[in-house]
Design a protein around this ligand. Structure first.
Ligand code: ZN
Length: 145
């Protein structure tokens, strides 16, 4: 048996049950859609910008508690941030999940609850999916510029 208590900590369950910034923006400046077929997770990310600042960061999706909680956390952690900062935060989250460095985001402690997920390689994909989806949406916009 997996130590499920450790995997599904309180903070993760709270985000899963009461996701933050849930919804979709019409005509978003950035849009990303990501799926994790291994687990059946699906994530939709829509952002509106004010210059280089993220004005609104909305997320929608379905899937396991890890992917949906991570999605909710991301929307909270990155909303209102400058795009460049949001990008580097998403990249450092990914790197930490994949094993290099501590799982820590300046000014946002909730992500540390995902630390336990690192022990379950299959679930790491779930945790990373929303952040990848954001980064892919962002790079699509950057390519068009
Ligand atoms: Zn999943």
């Amino acid at each position: 048996m997996l130590p499920l208590d450790e995997l599904y900590q309180e903070v993760i369950l709270e985000h899963y049950k009461n996701p933050h910034n849930r919804g979709r923006i019409d005509n978003p400046d950035i849009h990303g859609h990501g799926v994790n077929p291994l687990c059946g997770d699906e994530v939709d990310v829509t952002l509106s910008l004010d210059g280089k600042k993220i004005k609104s960061f909305m997320v929608d999706g379905k899937g396991c508690a890890i992917s949906q909680a991570s999605m909710s956390m991301m929307s909270e952690a990155l909303a209102g941030k400058d795009l460049d900062l949001a990008k580097s935060m998403a990249e450092s989250f990914k790197n930490a999940m994949l094993g290099s460095g501590d799982l820590r985001l300046e000014g946002y402690e909730d992500v540390e609850a995902l630390e336990g997920v690192k022990k379950f390689p299959v679930r790491i994909k779930c945790a990373i999916l929303p952040w990848n989806t954001f980064l892919e949406g962002l790079s699509e916009v950057e390519r068009k510029r």
